[in-house]
Design a binder for this molecule. Structure first.
Ligand SMILES: Cc1cc2nc3c(=O)[nH]c(=O)nc-3n(C[C@H](O)[C@H](O)[C@H](O)COP(=O)(O)OP(=O)(O)OC[C@H]3O[C@@H](n4cnc5c(N)ncnc54)[C@H](O)[C@@H]3O)c2cc1C
Length: 304
């Protein structure tokens, strides 16, 4: 009997369905995103009609089950989509990454039935999500956060300031980490959903970044912002579990973003060395590159 290592395909080999899916997303990115990359980078913004196109394609709700309006596909499909999009524009890649691997992921894993019924259909159809953990004094040391959640009857009242929050400008649904008890260390942390427009919540300044400029990276301000207890993800005081488990997948998504970016840089380089002549001839590398050809992708349909 062959051993599992003799029969299993290498991790880098995609199945037919996965390859078709990734090619389809790349085809979309090449046609719809590539022509707008420079303008989006210069103006540091993503046009709403491009976000709508991402929703229509189905890549904003890859793992959300069909019953809530999502594509009902897998985490691996989300990673493939982030990689394919980042090959063209890692700003749009990270927008899609945060939506799937952090926002939708946290709701799917930790949301009550009420939370799933309320917010998953919105995340699947039109609402962008964001994930707000970091603060000025808590980055790698994430659980040193100081944003405070105070219990008051059937609500929590949130006060504090988050920094560097991806999708801050575009999002309607924010997963916010706050502590019920600063003296309890990581044990006080609670994850709660805050909607744009909630009184006491404002999106502050956007960072003027060197790279992935179209992706918004924002400050969030909470001043006595009241949210119902029903908005808590998982258990109060157990938000560190929500953070750790979602970040485990979010980090894989960022790895996919970087692989896509590297592939995009290689694509550019190969095109350039094929064109460029020095001393009256093209380089050896460019001739070797010319022999590579890529078949046209078939279309993988995310939406019926
Ligand atoms: C573009 C962008 C988007 C982001 N989006 C989000 C988001 O959507 N949501 C969110 O919550 N946060 C977000 N962040 C924040 C991000 O999670 C933090 O930047 C990250 O956790 C690092 O924290 P820091 O910037 O405070 O760096 P620090 O934690 O201060 O680290 C600085 C350096 O010190 C090193 N270091 C840290 N601790 C140690 C140690 N114990 N030993 C040795 N070296 C160490 C680090 O590796 C790093 O090189 C984003 C950041 C950026 C730049």
């Amino acid at each position: 009997m062959p051993s599992p290592t003799e029969t299993a395909a290498p991790l880098s080999t995609l199945g037919d369905d996965e390859k078709l899916f990734q090619d389809s997303v790349y085809e979309f990115a090449d046609a719809e995103i590539r022509p707008r990359v420079r303008e989006m980078d210069e103006h540091a913004r993503v046009p709403r009609n491009l976000i709508d196109a991402l929703f229509n394609l189905g890549v904003m709700a890859i793992e959300i089950p069909d019953a809530y309006g999502g594509a009902g596909a897998t985490f691996f499909h989300a990673v493939l989509a982030v990689e394919a999009i980042s090959r063209v524009d890692p700003s749009i890649g990270v927008l899609v990454d945060v939506q799937n691997t952090l926002a939708a992921n946290a709701l799917l894993r930790w949301g009550s039935d009420h939370i799933k019924a309320t917010w998953l259909p919105r995340l699947a159809s039109s609402s962008v999500g964001a994930y707000a953990l970091s603060e000025a004094g808590s980055g790698s040391d994430a659980f040193a956060l100081t944003t405070r959640a105070t219990e008051d009857a059937d609500s929590y009242v949130i006060s504090g300031r988050k920094l560097w929050i991806t999708n801050g400008n575009e999002a309607d649904i924010f997963i916010v980490f706050a502590t019920l008890d600063p003296d309890a260390g990581y044990r006080g942390i609670t994850a709660v959903i805050v909607e744009r427009g909630t009184e006491g919540f404002t999106v502050g300044k956007k960072e003027d970044k060197l790279g992935i400029r179209a992706s918004s990276t924002c400050e969030l301000l909470f001043e006595q912002c009241r949210v119902p207890k029903a908005n808590v993800l998982g258990d109060p005081g157990k938000g560190y579990k929500v953070a750790i488990e979602t970040l485990n997948e979010g980090r894989i998504g960022i790895g996919a973003q970087m692989i896509g970016l590297a592939q995009g840089a290689l694509d550019h380089t190969l095109r350039y060395v094929k064109e460029r002549k020095q001393f009256g001839k093209r380089s050896q590398t460019s001739r070797a590159c010319s022999s590579r050809s890529r078949g046209l992708p078939r279309r993988w349909k995310l939406r019926g």
